[in-house]
Design a binder for this molecule. Sequence first.
Ligand code: CA
Length: 233
Amino acid sequence: MADSTADHVLIIEDEANISSFARMYLEAAGFRVSVAERGDDGLRMATEERPSLVLLDLMLPGMDGYEVTRRLRAEGNLPIIMLTARDDAVDKVVGLELGADDYVTKPFNPRELVARVRAVLRRTDERQVEPAGPEDTVLELGSLRIEVGGREVFADEERVALTPKEFDLLVTLIENRGIVLTREQLLERVWGFTFLGDSRTIDVHVRQLRRKLGDACPIQTVWGTGYKVAAKR
Ligand code: CA
């Protein structure tokens, strides 16, 4: 009998050698694992089985990984780690823009895969526990208002839908107002660990925040260093 209290990972991947490799290591690390070989089956299983996290390939029969991400994000914040081809920057950027939490490039190191699954789940847990603290905190900057506990953001009184990572990135920068944070520091604080040299992730999220928040976005680029929110605005 599988441990019903263990975190459940749904792998959506059509290449059996990859899914069985991932499954073996995840089960050894204590996770419950189920596998779907088609995108449409995976989406259905994600809805029915309510896993803790989805490990999602992009090129899939039935429905591609982008569409699966889009549909899962329309329903909620189920954590998603994408499996992408090595060095395919476009895949990563598009996937992160759609709201994936992280990605792992194939072929992956199984220990790194397990570490990333744990890191994403840890962040998700913290998010659920956090509102016990300063849940009433409201951050206001110019026309931007952030209700930290409710994870709601308003620009000019209009609610703006942000992905979990976009929200965390914005709040981290605002909480460190006046201080320049490097991409590496932001990766550590928002993702909980350092991506192996891939600071592009931060740029993608900042670009999305600027697009969504428009003139209300307080994030400034500090060339050659990172990003900051000015101390006074
Ligand atoms: Ca595939």
